[in-house]
Design a protein around this ligand. Structure first.
Ligand SMILES: [Zn+2]
Length: 269
């Protein structure tokens, strides 16, 4: 397709894809690599080595899932791509497509799915005028995939087991770590007995962690400076989520020691 308007639209597509998330139905209208349709963020950024070894970078989620990711890779992979190859299998094993249309949503979206251009402008030019949740999620030094995960978390939209049960993807919504309660986003971050032990270990009173929809209201321990408290809680929540995934998808045992070490490395990197 050619023409001035099409060229202009194509130029703003990457920016559009950065601010939109997609709930996939059929996956036919969603870019496998460039749209944000998984909690971890755009796969082209998360799995750069595999992306560089991939045929058909403009393919939809539907087409890649139907053809099989492995069948679309170059025959001779770079060592980095070969190392990354386990990661997409973990990411994609819970993906299920149906016949419903893909739905795009955005933090910047108002009623009637209209983008609020004023918010986008202020967010991109005047950080002192945006709301507390926006500052908490986006205005910090955490990596992009962490910010996006936290955005989903604060929207209570991560793929926890209670959410997967509603979509008929799992049969049991109980927490895989403690087995004592339904696994909601709040349970993962602050309700689970295991995660209580983690927050206590790092010197953070668990009851000072706010519910996920108001996570930025969490009270930091006195020894943590307020300027680093928010990035710190972002990275901890991200590591809690990855730890939870390792338990469920890789069969690793829950370990406060391992989680604490991962957080320390994440904060120091
Ligand atoms: Zn639990």
């Amino acid at each position: 397709m050619a023409g001035t308007h099409w060229t202009a639209l194509r130029d703003v597509l990457p920016a559009y894809q950065r601010i939109m998330t997609v709930s996939v139905g059929s996956g036919r209208d969603t870019s496998f690599w460039h749209d944000t349709w998984l909690a971890e963020g755009p796969l082209a950024e998360l799995l750069l080595a595999i992306y560089n070894n991939f045929h058909g970078r403009a393919m939809s989620v539907h087409d890649v899932m139907e053809a099989g990711l492995h069948n679309l890779l170059q025959h001779r992979l770079t060592p980095q791509a070969a190392t990354e190859l386990q990661h997409p299998e973990d990411l994609l094993q819970n993906v299920s497509l149906d016949d419903s249309p893909d739905q795009r949503e955005s933090f910047f979206q108002g009623n009637g799915h209209r983008l609020k251009s004023g918010i986008i402008y202020r967010a991109s030019t005047r950080g002192d005028h945006v709301c507390a949740s926006f500052t908490f999620v986006w205005c910090n030094f955490a990596p992009p995939q962490v910010k996006f995960f936290i955005w989903l978390l604060t929207q209570d939209r991560i793929q926890c087991r209670s959410s997967l049960l509603c979509k008929n993807i799992v049969d049991d919504a109980n927490c895989a770590i403690c087995g004592e309660a339904v696994e909601t986003a709040d349970h993962i971050v602050l309700g689970c007995r295991f995660v209580h032990s983690f927050w206590t270990r790092i010197g953070w009173v668990p009851t000072d962690i706010a519910e996920v929809k108001q996570l930025w209201l969490s009270q930091a321990p006195p020894r943590i400076h307020k300027d680093v408290a928010h990035p710190f809680i972002l990275l901890c929540c991200w590591e809690i989520w990855k730890h939870r995934n390792d338990v469920i998808f890789k069969g690793l045992p829950p370990s406060v020691d391992r989680l604490t070490t991962a957080c320390r490395q994440s904060v120091c990197s």
